[in-house]
Design a binder for this molecule. Structure first.
Ligand code: ADP
Ligand code: MG
Length: 590
């Protein structure tokens, strides 16, 4: 093919591909324009997940009628003029790409009026082609209506997910925008229902509360730190409210939401000694620094940035979070409520286990009712930390002949059981073995997993995105033994859980499942249920470090030997290793 300059509509479609990936990108671009126009209030509404209808209305400066067409030309921007301006960008937009890109792949209508103009205008453009430009009576500010996204590029429609999922992406984008600007009142309306509204009173705390909910807000500690020209303010969560993934880490740089591995690593370092492995702090942190020291022009979505030097950012975030954690910097508002939600949760579980009268409260990870009431059962000689009712191990099949008696079952490193069985030494990874047994139990009960009704429904402390994804996958959760229910506008409660999880940290379990489902981005495979079984089994299984008694160990080994199919954990690691007497003799040169 000879070299040619691409026709305008082809070039527009290519540019649109970079900027407009899905409804959420349209909403984000339109809201950013509203913020750049100095709006004090922004309303975003979607229908049909935003594919069918998006409306973004602001009360900002408006567009002059003579600029209406120009605004939709590629590289048309009122925000920068010269290359030098790139060094000091303070607006969210500057590339002049959004409007032409959106108009190239949707039907767009814009109504706008500046404060000085008497009349506003209504401009219509679809698939990059102007349809009309007329006078219109409208208030000062701008309203964009975008319909039928990708109506002229059917190939791209295929890459869209279900409307609910697209709506979730829009919700996540709006959460970030609303958190980024507490001085602006944001309203989000989804399929006719108001999802949240921030007051726009400039208080970061009230924005967090309105967007992420009261329960989350009450777990937060205030952060304020300045270091080498980098200022960090906002909130980190108390360690007890840490999460199984980084979904609730919100970083904003000079008012713009960014993904920030540097800040995330700094946060992890600050919590190093306060968190268990696999737990991540939640945060809403605003980082402010001279715009010249950061390059935001790395990617069209502008969520990735490059710092001239990462170190001051790392130090400022690390110090800020560390001080908040260790000096106990109180939350500006609602400090009295700190940590309450988690304590309440624990009490609920205890109430449940003790109160319902049907669950024997035993203290071994072996959950075979009757085992400990057997007259043969010796007194437990050590206190155990594991408080869960028992029900999960099947009775030992009678076919097992123990002519091979288990002698001297001891525990090593709080992790491995060592048993002498016949002329073999058996080493068992107690967590791996127990996990596999529980996993098999859940799998066998597929669709009819043994459940426990919670005496009081347990409020789940999740982000709106996590809440939505759980509700969407309600059927899957029920198969796994979880019954969730909507509770108020944007909260959910857990009503039933798999029996073996009674007493476990159910909030952490719910967040972990939500994190998994979100990572699947709507593409659920048949493996999803299996994944949940793994995760639940792992959570319910005895942990390395949990104390066990000799009696428990011996019964456990007996049961394990009776289940020859269980020789590997669900992840494929061996649950036991045997060393024969012969091997030992050889090693000792006997
Ligand atoms: P950019 O934001 O990079 O300048 P856009 O294509 O998003 O490019 O917008 C083009 C121009 O249209 C902006 O520079 C601005 O002048 C104008 N504009 C867009 N949306 C609004 C709005 N909501 N209020 C006022 N002006 C707007
Ligand atoms: Mg823009």
């Amino acid at each position: 093919m000879p070299i040619q300059v691409l026709p305008k509509h082809v070039a527009d479609l290519i540019a649109a591909g970079e900027v407009v990936e899905r409804p959420a990108s349209v909403v984000k671009e339109l809201c950013e324009n509203a913020l750049d126009a100095g709006a004090a209030a922004v309303t975003a509404e979607i229908r049909g997940g935003g594919v069918r209808y998006i409306r973004v209305a602001d009360n900002g400066g408006g567009i002059a009628r003579e600029d209406a067409r120009k605004a939709f030309l590629p590289h048309a921007t009122s925000k920068i003029g010269t290359a030098d301006d790139l060094e000091k960008i303070l607006t969210l937009g500057f590339r002049g790409e959004a409007l032409p890109s959106i108009a190239a792949v949707a039907k767009v209508q814009v109504l706008s009026k500046t404060a000085n103009d008497e009349h506003g205008f209504c401009y219509e453009i679809a698939g990059g082609e102007e349809i009309s430009l007329e006078d219109a009576g409208c208030p000062a500010g701008t309203t964009f209506i975008v319909r039928d996204l990708f109506y002229n590029t059917p190939a791209r429609v295929k890459f869209l997910k279900k409307d609910v999922t697209e709506g979730n992406f829009v919700g996540a984008a709006l959460e970030r925008l609303a958190l980024s600007r507490p001085d602006v009142a944001f309203t989000f309306i989804r399929e006719g229902k108001q999802v949240f509204q921030t007051p726009g009173d400039s208080s970061p705390a009230s924005a967090v509360r309105a967007v992420l909910g009261k329960l989350f807000y009450e777990t937060l500690l205030g952060v304020k730190n300045a270091h080498n020209g980098v200022e960090v303010t906002g909130f980190v969560c108390e360690p007890a409210a840490a999460r199984p993934n980084r979904n609730m880490q919100y970083f904003f740089l000079n008012g713009r939401y960014i993904k920030c591995p540097t800040a995330s690593a700094a946060l992890g370092e600050a919590y190093k000694h306060s968190l268990m492995q696999g737990k991540f702090p939640a945060c809403v942190l605003h980082i402010t620094m001279p715009p010249g020291l950061v390059d935001v022009n790395v990617h069209p979505a502008k969520t990735e940035v490059r710092f001239a030097d990462d170190r001051p950012v790392f130090s400022a975030v690390y110090q800020g979070a560390y001080q908040a954690l260790n000096a106990g910097v109180a939350m500006p508002v609602g400090a009295a409520a700190l940590s309450r939600p988690l304590e309440t949760k624990q009490t609920r579980i205890d109430d449940l286990a003790g109160g319902c009268g049907q669950l024997p409260l035993q203290t071994s990870f072996l959950r075979d009712p009757g085992e400990f009431s057997s007259p043969l059962a010796p007194e437990r000689d050590e206190p155990s930390l594991i408080k869960r009712p028992f029900s999960d191990l099947p009775p030992v099949p009678q076919i097992i002949n123990y002519q091979l008696s288990i002698v001297n079952c001891i525990e090593l490193f709080n992790t491995y059981f060592l048993a002498e069985i016949g002329d073999e030494l058996m080493l068992i990874d107690k967590h791996a073995a127990h996990e596999r047994i529980l996993y098999e139990r859940l799998k066998a009960g597929q669709g009819a997993v043994q459940r426990q009704v919670l005496l009081e429904p347990l409020p789940l402390h999740l982000s709106r995105e996590e809440t939505a994804v759980l509700l969407e996958n309600n059927a899957l959760l029920e198969q796994a033994g979880f019954l969730i229910e909507e509770f108020g506008a944007d909260a959910i409660v857990l009503r039933e859980c798999p029996l073996l999880l009674v007493g476990a940290d159910l909030n952490a379990q719910a967040a972990e499942i939500a994190g998994f489902l979100l990572a699947q981005k709507g593409d659920l495979t048949t493996g999803a249920l299996d994944w949940i079984f793994h995760s639940a089994a792992c959570r319910a299984a005895v942990k390395a470090g949990d104390p066990t008694t000799a009696y428990e160990r011996e019964r456990f080994v007996e049961k394990l030997l009776a289940m020859p199919e269980i020789r590997h954990c669900p992840h494929g690691r061996p649950v036991m290793v045997t060393i024969t007497k012969k091997e030992l003799e050889k090693r000792f040169g006997r």
